[in-house]
Design a protein around this ligand. Sequence first.
Ligand code: NPW
Ligand code: ATP
Ligand code: MG
Length: 380
Amino acid sequence: MLIKHGLNCGFGAKKNCIFMLASSAVLRRQQLVIRCLGVGGYSDHNTNTNQKIMQGIRFMSGASLEADAENVVRAITPTLDPNRHKGQAGKIAVIGGCREYTGAPYFAAISALKIGADLSHVFCTKDAASVIKSYSPELIVHPILEESYSVRDEDKSFISEMVLGEVDKWMERFDCLVVGPGLGRDPFLLDCVSKIIKHVRQFNVPIVIDGDGLFLITNCLDLVSGYPLAVLTPNINEYKRLVQKVLSCEVNDEDAHEQLLSLAKRIGGVTILRKGKSDLISDGETVESVSIYGSPRRCGGQGDILSGSVAVFLSWARHVITSENLSISSKNPTMLGCIAGSTLMRKAASFAFENKKRSTLTTDIIECLGRSLQDICPVP
Ligand SMILES: NC(=O)C1=CN([C@@H]2O[C@H](COP(=O)(O)OP(=O)(O)OC[C@H]3O[C@@H](n4cnc5c(N)ncnc54)[C@H](OP(=O)(O)O)[C@@H]3O)[C@@H](O)[C@H]2O)[C@@H](O)CC1
Ligand SMILES: Nc1ncnc2c1ncn2[C@@H]1O[C@H](COP(=O)(O)OP(=O)(O)OP(=O)(O)O)[C@@H](O)[C@H]1O
Ligand SMILES: [Mg+2]
């Protein structure tokens, strides 16, 4: 495993690495904790001391370890077993899709299928449903959500009950829900989705919250607070809004790991995947990062692929953890799902870019998901 922030060196080179960081605030705190731990010097010959130092550094700064990313993917991806029946490799549902956005829920839902889920559903507004269906016959699309413009005030509570009733028929069956890609911000619709989230929590179904779902939960943190099966996947803006709301401060990139750690902790141990040049992931206990090379193209929709990917891997990780001995250290399925989802998305983006360069689009990346997974865990 590599240690980030310039500390990814062997112990022989540690002195140099540490001195390179001497001016940073992070290192000053790290040195302080090393002194507090009573660890003297940086002897290359004393492995115990070195380990203590590294543990101290990690503990104090929340410095992340670069995840053993491809091994995580291998450890949780199920084998293709002819004895399995449809549904056992995962049933995913995306809640999103409104008048403006039909691409985002499609990207999330189709990515889940391309990675290996058996069934992928989309719960969206009536306007969005036929459009999404027309993109792909593979998706199961439920036109059940309503926006304010299509509902009279006096009908709202009745419609809300109906939406919940429809969703209720299905929710228990899903292995993971993705809430938010292309959901929009209509207040009535968001109110219905809040009810769905509260309901789904009772069944212990994992929830990945992205896009407008993050807008919703940032304004109503109780929806996810204290739910260990919740994963938030904020982009730069969404992360900024979360930090401002929860920590009442601005994003601090110098202390990125510590800030992410406290944010996850403050929201009661949810897992947060902060998207960016490197993806940083924390459940409030540890921080890991995935920095494998992705793509320099920033076309819209890549975050939607990620949310669908995380949903599938999180479902698989939960299954492996409950049924087998996992050969990797982390046992938190949400962390594993994020690491694997991020790895696959970034690898697919790099393959797509290799091929399409400046014209790389989200659909091109989706087409590379299969090749990326095959590259990491080949099917004969
Ligand atoms: N095809 C579809 O259907 C897609 C639909 N999508 C859906 O759209 C909904 C809203 O999601 P979102 O991501 O557009 O909202 P948010 O993050 O608030 O950004 C708003 C604005 O912030 C800016 N900005 C962005 N990044 C920045 C940066 N790094 N640094 C600085 N500024 C940055 C940028 O504005 P600019 O100022 O550059 O004009 C950006 O336009 C949500 O439901 C999502 O799922 C998407 O998934 C895409 C594919
Ligand atoms: N600067 C970057 N360099 C490399 N990869 C990046 C960079 N920024 C984001 N990514 C990757 O792209 C993926 C999507 O992140 P992004 O920040 O674009 O999400 P988003 O804004 O929510 O996307 P969407 O347009 O789907 O809403 C993530 O998996 C992340 O790893
Ligand atoms: Mg997004």
